[in-house]
Design a protein around this ligand. Structure first.
Ligand SMILES: NCCC[C@H](NC(=O)CCC(=O)O)C(=O)O
Length: 445
């Protein structure tokens, strides 16, 4: 049966801001406290979605979450009216308030891990929301993420949803940012590659020294077990701790796969040779392409600054592949030249398109961070909530919706403005109607 890969892009929420919350993420720290432009951020994201839709891909939309997260502030002891809670939280700790206002759910590569039905024992598509336990602001996401996943993939015959892993760093799970899948075509049984940063239950194994390793082996193994992915169809590989210490906080900052292509930096993995041997042995399709980029071609620093590997590799209707890159890759001469040589060389990638997703990049999120890939058979696709799939008319409605509700500048001080809370809830309430999501947010119950 024909299958497609659908990208579900995170719609940027109305409180998008730069708070410097992500230690180990170079862009997040270096842009801390700058003022943001939520309206442009959301429109940039929508433009990318529309462009991929126009290229013939099926494009999905993943709703943002309710922020400010008043419930978390109440749980942490703030009391009174919403306005009093926001004011007191800002006075106590602007960083705490910013954490409860982050629009970080836009990076849907961290929303969940997805195993397509071809890979799983019961032949259903499996979803596990990521617990994102390493960062407080991101640990607020999984419950609503699960609500949204259930509202999009709402059919037990085809879709199975699992509770996020235990909220503890031993099972730190960052979702699809550390998971990629190789396959011949999307409907074939694939090889799922789980990349982890450290082993939680064994202290004597390598790990980064400067920055946190967010994903553990134990979490990756639990996901594979829950999803019913067999050992022959899974590879567990450790990320090179040295590159985590240079700002590669997720594996998708340094590697990306699509079908029979794995595009990665030579320093991405800890034991590259044994990893490649295992992948070659377990990959059941033909013509596997390892596209390995050397440090001489592109340094780790340039990879982190331009997000060369946080690109999307997509398959077009004629079966050729295109690479969807951020503008930073065009502006850096060495990376731009490398990309020209990549598309000219003998491999399936023949085109490159550059996109301005700068508002997201300034928080360390490139094109690949903004999307969650879900490979679906034609039949499964008909079971997906149709209002979460982009059409020309939905695109126009969403652009109008953003222009109506979003601010074009936001500073950390603005996060304590009670009017922002009202604006966000009004916008999200309208959005749940546009996307037919039902009541996925707490304020709606
Ligand atoms: N996959 C890309 C994730 C980027 C995300 N950045 C942030 O949360 C930055 C938020 C801030 O600093 O305001 C992170 O590091 O998890």
């Amino acid at each position: 049966m024909k299958s497609v890969e659908v990208n579900f892009d995170g719609l940027v929420g109305p409180t998008h801001n730069y708070a410097g919350l992500s230690e180990g993420n170079v862009a997040s720290l270096s842009n801390a406290n700058e003022s943001s432009n939520p309206k442009s951020a959301a429109l940039q994201g929508l433009k990318k979605m529309k462009a991929l839709h126009d290229m013939g891909l099926t494009q999905g939309i993943f709703a943002p979450q309710e922020r400010p997260d008043i419930y978390t502030l109440k749980r942490l002891g703030f009391q009174g009216s919403d306005a009093q809670i926001l004011a007191a939280a800002y006075k106590t700790s602007p960083t705490l308030l910013a954490s409860c206002c982050s629009a970080s759910t836009m990076w849907t590569a961290n929303a969940a891990t997805v195993s397509p039905s071809a890979d799983t024992q019961n032949q259903k598509v499996h979803f596990t929301a990521a617990n994102l336990a390493n960062k407080f602001h991101r640990s607020l996401e999984p419950e609503t993420t699960s609500n949204i996943l259930s509202a999009i993939f709402n059919n037990d015959d085809y879709f199975q949803h699992h509770q996020h892993l235990n909220d503890n760093e031993h099972f730190g799970d960052e979702g699809a940012a550390n998971h990629t899948r190789l396959c011949e075509s999307y409907g074939d049984k694939g090889l799922e590659i789980f990349t982890y940063g450290r082993v939680a239950f064994n202290r004597n194994t390598p790990k980064p020294v400067k920055y946190p390793a967010r994903q553990t082996l134990e979490a990756s193994q639990a996901i594979a077990r829950l999803h019913g992915v067999s050992a022959e169809n899974a590879v567990f590989v450790q990320q090179n701790p040295d590159v985590i210490d240079q700002g590669v906080f997720h594996n998708d900052v340094i590697a990306v796969g699509n079908q029979n292509v794995l595009f990665y930096h030579e320093q991405a993995y800890l034991n590259t040779d044994s990893f490649k041997a295992e992948v070659s042995q377990k990959f059941s399709g033909n013509n596997l392409h390892f596209i390995e980029v050397s440090s001489e071609q592109v340094s780790i620093e340039d990879a982190v600054n331009t997000y060369l590997f946080n690109t999307q590799i997509i398959t077009l209707a004629d079966n050729s592949m295109a690479i969807i890159a951020p503008m930073h890759c065009r502006e850096n001469t060495q990376v731009f030249d490398y990309l020209q040589s990549l598309i000219a060389a003998n491999n399936p990638i023949n085109h490159v398109e550059f996109f301005d997703v700068n508002e997201s990049m300034k928080n360390g999120g490139g094109p690949a961070c903004l999307r969650l890939r879900v490979a679906l058979t034609e039949q499964e696709l008909t079971a997906v909530n149709p209002n979460c799939l982009l059409t020309d008319s939905l695109y126009l409605k969403l652009v109008t919706w953003v222009n109506k509700h979003y601010r074009d500048t936001l500073t950390l001080k603005d996060l304590s403005d009670p009017q922002l809370l009202i604006e966000s809830r009004t916008a999200l309430d309208e959005l749940t109607q546009l996307l037919s999501l039902g009541s996925v947010y707490r304020f709606q119950n």
